[in-house]
Design a protein around this ligand. Structure first.
Ligand code: HEC
Length: 110
């Protein structure tokens, strides 16, 4: 009886660790999906610096996934984003400068 208990515990603990690790990794994937490009020097434009794009990405991830999952920058045209972001940003505490950075990130500096 006592021995059986020890065996089931020995199996249960590793399984629990695997389940927790799996749920944490899938949660992380949700927040920064593969479609969320990481800006590099190649993404810099005449109007968006690398610092703008990186700040925009961080703000997008931290502020824009609170109510729904993150939309891919590629899901909307630059023109659409330019009306969506200010509309959505009014539901956050982003400053005007931060809204500009998020817009630069999702429109890839357009
Ligand atoms: C307070 C909650 C909330 C926050 C924060 C939020 N959204 Fe939304 N978002 C919504 C809701 C609710 C909808 C559903 C449609 C609507 O109400 O316009 C939506 C819809 C959208 C859509 C789909 C619009 C369409 O026309 O198909 C996009 C894209 C979007 N949000 C982007 C963003 C971005 C970018 C941010 C960060 C600046 C953001 N959201 C922050 C609540 C939020």
């Amino acid at each position: 009886m006592n021995k059986d208990f020890k065996i089931s515990k020995a199996f249960f603990i590793p399984i629990a660790i695997v389940l927790v690790a799996f749920s944490l990794s899938s949660c992380k994937k949700n927040l920064s999906s593969d479609s969320l490009y990481t800006p590099t020097a190649a993404d810099v434009t005449s109007t968006a610096t690398l610092a703008d794009l990186e700040a925009g990405r961080n703000l997008f991830i931290s502020k824009c996934g609170a109510c729904h999952s993150l939309y891919s920058p590629d899901s909307y045209s630059a023109a659409s984003w330019k009306s969506i972001v200010p509309n959505m940003a009014s539901r956050t505490n982003l400053t005007a400068a931060q809204i500009t950075q998020v817009t630069k990130y999702v429109t890839r500096g357009k």
